[in-house]
Design a protein around this ligand. Structure first.
Ligand code: CO
Length: 460
């Protein structure tokens, strides 16, 4: 029997986030939801990541309502979200009661699969979200944030996968957020994990460096079960490889791919129009669809390079670019080799620039790096250089346990504080996640409702 390969379609979340800064409003993709539902995807990634923030901040949409509307039109395909472990959708750690209620409500509103990751791969930061996902009856996809360093060995990754299984993961995701995984690494890592656990494996990468198609192919040869792709008009560059291309190539090689080509054709025709609108108004930049191999050369993710450049430009110190580039991996090493993903990529990048501009290492240290050295972000992949940690913390002792254990519950106090302003648990959660944005959103919603009321009375 032919080996079956399943697809996660990312156009509504990662492709949307990577190519057009998550600016896709619900109304723009609504006409395609029924087609997406019929296309035969393992899951549609449609929520979490930056979608929540952008809905409130720019799209004037209630993210919860958006999810319910997608669910109503996509009744047969699993809906997937991305969750940053103890950070949920933000960049700092939340108390456990918030993580639990958020996961429960996400599932109640329609999510089937929660992909749970941590920037440092500290499983202590995944535990509560994993448990809540299993309790809510959804699929917990335990995730490895993929990176390369002397301490990120396959043995370490396999150990982590075993811990994830122990915590209730029913699938494993290897998340290569920078698109740096090559075909050989994919083959070897997928093989190693397949040998160790009998869970379905999903590989997630980006086309940024141009490796992705080859990487997926070798991962499939090693037995990967699920790959993440985006419908062609929203594929390539910083997004995922194209859905139709992967389906075509894999079928030609004799794999079983249960994707309906009529549906993907309809989707491609439709999303071409959407893409052209975003190209026209400048939201989508052609550059983001091109191949960029810089991060293979520098081992620094593409997004970080442009951040370094813009920081130096602001400080009138563009001539220090090469020095900052050399300093970046050194800071990463000092910090115990964190994967360079938000928020650690920004923290490491800013520190490298500081070290170079000050002409003295760690003379100036951001409050984020301080918190990191105190252990507030979790256990680092390798120990932080003890001398540098001492230099940064002075006499302060780093935390040994889980940072979230030091945080007081937040849900009940917030519910009381908000009173009538919050109409549901979902409102309370939105407020805790993004207080200013949520408050503004509640005001707008009330104004709209009052207008409607006035309108209805005049009508009558
Ligand atoms: Co991604």
């Amino acid at each position: 029997m032919a080996q079956k390969v399943q697809f996660v379609e990312t156009v509504l979340r990662d492709a949307n986030q990577s190519l057009i800064a998550t600016r896709l409003p619900y109304a723009k993709f609504e006409p395609m939801l029924e087609t997406i539902d019929k296309a035969g995807f393992y899951a549609v990634e449609c929520w979490g990541g930056a979608t929540f923030d952008v809905c409130l901040r720019y799209l004037h949409e209630d993210p919860w309502e958006r999810l319910r509307k997608i669910r109503a039109k996509v009744p047969n395909t699993k809906l997937q979200m991305l969750l940053r472990g103890q950070n949920v959708l933000g960049y700092s750690h939340y108390p456990d009661d918030f993580v639990r209620l958020f996961v429960q409500k996400a599932v109640e509103n329609g999510i089937d699969v929660i992909r749970i990751f941590d920037a440092l791969n500290d499983v202590n930061n995944l535990k509560v979200a994993m448990e809540a996902t299993v309790n809510a009856g959804a699929i917990a996809s335990g995730t490895i944030s993929y990176t390369t360093s002397p301490v990120h060995t396959h043995k370490k990754y396999v150990e982590m996968v075993k811990e994830l299984k122990e915590m209730g993961a029913s699938t494993i995701c290897i998340k290569d957020m920078a698109g740096i995984m090559g075909p050989k690494e994919a083959y070897d890592l997928v093989s190693a994990i397949k040998d160790a656990v009998d869970l379905p494996i999903d590989l997630h990468t980006h086309s940024t460096t141009g490796l992705a198609f080859m990487t997926y192919l070798k991962a499939v040869e090693a037995g990967v079960d699920i790959i993440d792709t985006a419908i062609s008009p929203f594929s390539g560059g910083t997004s995922q490889p194209a859905t139709e291309t992967m389906a075509y190539a894999l079928r030609q090689l004799g794999y079983q791919v249960d994707i309906d080509d009529n549906c993907t054709k309809k989707m491609a025709d439709y999303f071409k129009g959407v893409r052209d609108e975003f190209l026209k108004d400048g939201t989508m930049m052609p550059k983001s669809m091109a191949t960029d191999t810089q991060c293979l050369t520098y081992q620094v993710p593409g997004g970080m390079l442009s951040n370094l450049l813009s920081q130096l430009k602001q400080m009138n110190a563009l001539d220090k670019f090469d020095e900052a580039l050399i300093e970046t991996p050194k800071v990463r090493k000092d910090m115990g080799y964190p994967p360079l993903v938000t928020p650690t990529s920004q923290m490491v990048g800013v520190q490298a620039v500081r070290n170079v501009l000050d002409g003295q290492r760690y003379k100036t240290v951001s409050k984020e790096i301080k918190a990191y050295c105190r252990g507030e972000y979790g256990r680092t992949p390798a120990p932080i250089d003890p001398e540098i940690q001492k230099l940064i913390l002075g006499d302060e002792k780093p935390l040994t346990g889980r940072y979230a254990d030091t945080l007081a519950p937040i849900v009940e106090p917030t519910r009381e504080k908000l009173g009538d302003l919050a109409k549901s648990d979902e409102d309370v959660l939105s407020y805790i996640a993004f207080p200013n944005l949520a408050e503004k959103f509640f005001d707008e919603r009330r104004a709209k409702e009052e207008n409607m009321a006035v309108y209805t009375i005049t009508e009558a």
